[in-house]
Write a protein that binds this ligand. Structure first.
Ligand SMILES: [Zn+2]
Length: 367
């Protein structure tokens, strides 16, 4: 039977990992990578979650590289981040959630670009592996293998939500969006069902991955010094700020309403109603609500609000934030279909049983 316990108990502090990779000084053919204004994004995230760089439940890292000898080695950071967090706050060894935010340049297939070690004067050669190996000297790491899997391994013994917010491009396709115009087609999909890459199906449980755009597409961020940040993080933070504001507003209203009190034995209907109301539902606070709101804000910005100063070429580029979730994978429609089609669609029943690792049930009622 369904119980309310299915919701994660967020009954203590979580941990935050914020990573800003904005130093990308390569030689040709990677010499055109702009230095992006991810400082503003970092500040927005800290402000939104009431964090400072000294907060014990925050680990902040910038410009991690592939250099083994460097203190700023990405792989080493990912292998030790939870120990570093524990050292900062021993009392928070079992956090109630993990939030991982990363800003960098990126490419298709969940590739994230590591930083180069030194300043603009010491540009380095790009790695020449193809496809990128994601290990050692390669300047690429992959979200699924090198970030999500590592975080899940570390916190695998805790059934806690792990939320990843990754601001990078996912390719270099562009599509202009016009006010009152028809949306451009997503060329990569070309009329066929979304590819596995597009869906970015998660093979880790309890995870939520939020990204600025669709697979194959670029996302926009202001360049260094613009004080603009990225369209994605900017509006994600704005959506969360609006959530706080609306929650405050309703709390005030609730207080006013509950001023109309009944006796203790017989609570006033208002109070009963209020006690039943689910705050998350009322405020639109679920993860999916925030993602939808972020998408609305980004789209609205692209069509109506973008100032001339923030425009890049080509102007008004399409950008649609995209999430993948295994938090919601608690029930499968296959299971539901099976209850209706088991007799006719044999393959469905057999395939499902195989997934379950059980033999074919003799009774149609017993799954
Ligand atoms: Zn490489």
């Amino acid at each position: 039977m369904m119980t309310e316990d299915l919701e994660y108990p967020i009954d203590g502090k979580g941990v935050f990992v914020v990573m800003k990779l904005c130093q990308h000084f390569f030689k040709k053919p990677w010499d055109k990578l702009s230095t992006l204004d991810y400082d503003t994004d970092k500040d927005s995230i800290l402000e939104t979650f009431n964090l400072t760089l000294y907060s014990p439940n925050l680990l902040y890292a910038e410009n991690l590289t592939n250099e083994n000898s460097s203190n700023n080695n990405f792989d080493r950071f990912m292998d030790t981040f939870s120990q570093q967090l524990e050292e900062k706050d021993e009392a928070n060894k079992e956090p109630s959630f993990v939030m991982f935010v990363l800003m960098s340049h990126g490419l298709v297939n969940g590739g994230v670009l590591l930083s180069t070690p030194e300043s603009e004067k010491n540009r380095v050669d790009p790695c020449d592996c193809e496809p990128h190996t994601g290990t050692g000297e390669c300047y690429v790491r992959y979200i699924s293998t090198h970030i999500m899997k590592k975080v899940c391994d570390v916190y695998g013994h805790l059934s806690i939500p792990k939320i990843f917010v990754i601001q990078t491009c996912r390719g270099d396709e562009r599509g202009v969006i016009l006010a009152n115009g028809v949306d451009t087609r997503i060329s990569r999909l070309n009329g066929v069902a979304p590819s596995e890459l597009e869906l970015f199906i998660l093979n880790t449980s309890d995870c939520f991955l939020f990204r600025p755009c669709l697979e194959g597409h670029g996302s926009w961020a202001g360049v260094e010094g613009s004080k603009f940040g990225s369209f994605f993080i900017k509006h994600f933070c704005q959506a969360l700020k609006q959530l706080r504001e609306s929650a405050n507003h309703s709390a005030e209203n609730r207080k006013k309403l509950s001023g109309v009190r009944g006796s203790k034995d017989c609570p006033h209907p208002f109070e009963r109603l209020l006690s039943l109301a689910n705050e998350e539902n009322m405020e639109g606070g679920w993860l999916v609500n925030i993602c939808q709101r972020t998408t609305e804000l980004v789209t609205n910005w692209l069509i109506h609000e973008i100032p001339e100063s923030a425009k890049t070429e080509p102007t008004d580029d399409k950008q649609q934030p995209h999430f993948s979730s295994s938090l919601a994978y608690k029930v499968s429609f296959l299971k539901i279909l099976k209850t209706q089609w088991e007799e006719k669609d044999q393959y469905l029943a057999e395939w499902y049983d195989k997934m379950q690792g059980t033999g074919r049930s003799t009774s149609a009622q017993s799954f």
